[in-house]
Design a protein around this ligand. Structure first.
Ligand SMILES: Nc1ncnc2c1ncn2[C@@H]1O[C@H](COP(=O)(O)OP(=O)(O)OP(=O)(O)O)[C@@H](O)[C@H]1O
Ligand SMILES: [Mg+2]
Length: 384
């Protein structure tokens, strides 16, 4: 397939091919309640389907609980959306776009593709709207949250957890690529999230070219998770996402960013800091051999998986589909993912209380009346 098929796409392009926005009912949707975009935007209005489960996202219907974090261009908050006596907790990302109103409108239009993403491996989308100079995206609230946060709370992760993460991320990438012809383009720990049911999902993929351009106009969009070929301005393929994921997985195993640390592994914990400046770091990613996990300390399946992701030549790197057959994914290491999520939430709460000099709060106990999702280890024969 030609590479440009995978460029960030717009809905206009998609509609030219005669495709419609899919069913919006909860059965058809990955979202608990699929959302409808802001009525004030007439273009978006015409794209609405499925009356019964639509949400009309009005700015005044949100109550901000607290900030979850911010990155290049966006600030994410936990919010409650309340309408018709119905309350939904969401994560809301506010992206300030200093551009002509037409640009913001175009971004909202492009983000509509997210309505069509229905996968257990992709963060659900409630909708997007404009507010003043902001583009606002509403999505599933994920607690405990992103993998960088989880690593901060739990430290380095053992192979059984890394296997679950790898399985979910690969299935998410395969879904985006096969179903929507989308490459992620920004795989890193902060863009991989876990919810309270222990599901691991991808967010912030490059669905809107206009959004990517607008953020790049304001911020230096260089990520240390970029593959060597991308740093060098080469062609972006789904294998570039694989490189970024290999680095992410290795970071979660080591408890530090794999490049640029001290030789004994006790060096800086963050990609953005440390003895190396960003340019040195990018140079070493391009010029130095890829990092390797110590075979004496880590299971062979894990170190081989990372090697396969971190082949410097993209031709030699495996694709997400090929990696799903890797021995790491086939390992019989069942994990009760819901229990895992609960442990992370409780550990985070206890650490926060200790920092504030308070006694640990009572642990949050899983509601066993709710249907649980199966243990991930027992699902390993299923492919995305
Ligand atoms: N759906 C969500 N549920 C819960 N927390 C979220 C959600 N989306 C994002 N976050 C949190 O908000 C933080 C900020 O996210 P944001 O996407 O703005 O920046 P980032 O991913 O850290 O960096 P960058 O902007 O460089 O991609 C994340 O690190 C994550 O911890
Ligand atoms: Mg992000």
């Amino acid at each position: 397939m030609a590479a440009d098929q995978f460029a960030p796409r717009t809905l206009m392009k998609k509609n030219k091919k005669g495709l419609k926005l899919g069913g919006m009912g909860p059965e058809a949707s990955n979202s608990p309640l699929a959302a409808k975009p802001d009525k004030r935007d007439s273009v978006v209005d015409t794209l609405q389907v499925g009356v019964e489960y639509q949400l009309q996202l009005n700015h005044e219907d949100f109550q901000v609980l607290h900030e979850l974090g911010s990155g290049n261009g966006g600030t994410v908050s936990k919010v409650i959306f309340e309408q018709d006596r119905r309350q939904i907790v969401m994560a809301r990302k506010v992206i300030h776009i200093e551009a002509k109103p037409a640009v913001r409108k175009q971004i909202i239009r492009e983000l509509q593709i997210m309505y069509e993403c229905h996968s257990p491996y992709i963060v659900s989308f409630y909708g997007a709207y404009k507010h003043d100079k902001d583009v606002i995206m509403c999505m599933e609230f994920m607690e405990p949250g992103s993998l960088d946060y989880i690593a901060k709370v739990m430290g380095s992760l053992d192979v059984q957890y890394l296997r679950v993460i790898a399985d979910s991320v690969l299935k998410g990438l395969v879904y985006l690529y096969d179903t929507h012809k989308i490459m992620h383009r920004d795989i890193k720990p902060s863009n991989i999230l876990m919810n309270s049911r222990g599901q691991i999902k991808l967010c912030d993929f490059g669905v809107s070219g206009e959004l990517v351009n607008s953020i790049a106009d304001t911020f230096v969009g260089t990520s240390t998770y970029m593959s060597p070929e991308r740093i060098q301005g080469g062609k972006y393929t789904v294998k570039s996402d694989v490189w970024s994921f290999g680095l992410t997985l290795m970071e979660l195993a080591l408890g530090r960013f794999p490049f640029g640390g001290d030789a004994d592994g006790s060096g800086d914990k963050r990609a953005s800091s440390g003895p190396m400046g960003i340019l040195d770091l990018l140079q070493s990613i391009v010029n130095e051999p890829a990092p390797k996990l110590d075979k004496d300390k880590y299971p062979a399946e894990l170190s081989d998986f990372c090697d396969k992701c971190l082949a410097k030549d993209p031709e030699e790197r495996l694709s997400p589909k090929e990696l799903l057959d890797h021995p790491l994914i086939q390992l019989d290491l069942p994990v009760d993912v819901e229990q895992w999520a609960e442990d992370i939430i409780n550990t985070a709460a206890a650490k926060k209380a200790a920092q504030n000099g308070q006694p640990p709060p009572p642990p949050r106990i899983r509601d066993h009346s709710q249907p649980t999702i199966p243990t991930v280890g027992s699902q390993r024969k299923q492919k995305a």
